[in-house]
Design a protein around this ligand. Structure first.
Ligand SMILES: [Zn+2]
Length: 221
């Protein structure tokens, strides 16, 4: 089994490749993992030898089928733990991510399958992210856009949030923004790309940065 830092490296390649291309530059990986470019390249060479990634000097890093399988297994553990901690120990949705970051590396497949069954084989985690299933398939999400792409005057439901920043998640909790919260877009400020929304009869301004972390689907009119 790869060590914890290797697992995080594989997970980072997977998530960066989700966002755009099939491969990711070592500098983008270095930024995401908060390590030096040199350390990123060294790790790439090691993981390439072990068959988890493909690394070509000017083309960047991509996952092999073996690497992708490993990434999906780690993500499955992460998301199942988040749901378990929320449902069984009643942790807040803003608290579970950092715990799952540790637990995802320490859990056997046997225990994870037990937790999966215990939770009733759920398809989505507390932040709306799909949970990879036992057979490696990933449940489909309904069509979503980021808040930044919303239209003024329309109503939407919150379908997914990025949970990587505890501060942002704390803020969502504070203002009562949850999955399936109904929001109305009041205005879009062109000078700084912030979005003004109405939520539970209160008006909030979301910066472009926060807007990129919220995914919504339009309510039927
Ligand atoms: Zn998480």
């Amino acid at each position: 089994m790869p060590s914890i830092s290797k697992e995080n490296y594989i997970k980072a390649v997977y998530s960066l490749c989700q966002n755009d291309a099939h491969s990711v530059s070592t500098s983008a990986l270095a930024t995401k993992l908060n390590i030096t470019n040199a350390a990123t390249s060294d790790m790439a060479k090691g993981l390439s030898k072990q068959g988890f990634i493909k690394y070509e000097k000017y083309k960047g890093v991509s996952l092999t089928p073996k690497g992708e399988k490993t990434a999906i297994e780690i993500i499955r553990k992460h998301r199942l733990w988040e749901l378990f901690l929320m449902k069984s120990l009643e942790l807040g949705w803003e608290e579970v991510h950092s715990e799952a970051e540790h637990l995802e590396h320490q859990t056997t497949e046997f225990l994870m399958n037990k937790i999966d069954d215990f939770l009733g084989n759920p398809k989505f985690d507390p932040h709306g992210e799909p949970i990879p299933q036992k057979d490696g398939t990933i449940p489909n999400m309904e069509a979503q856009i980021s808040l930044n792409k919303s239209q003024v005057g329309k109503e939407y439901l919150v379908k997914r949030v990025n949970d990587e920043s505890k501060e942002v998640m704390d803020y969502f909790t504070e203002i009562g923004l949850n999955l399936n919260s109904k929001i109305k877009i009041k205005n879009f400020l062109k000078y700084d790309n912030s979005t003004i929304i109405e939520l539970n009869d209160n008006v909030h301004s979301f910066s472009e940065k926060i807007g990129k972390r919220i995914f919504i689907s339009q309510l039927n009119e």
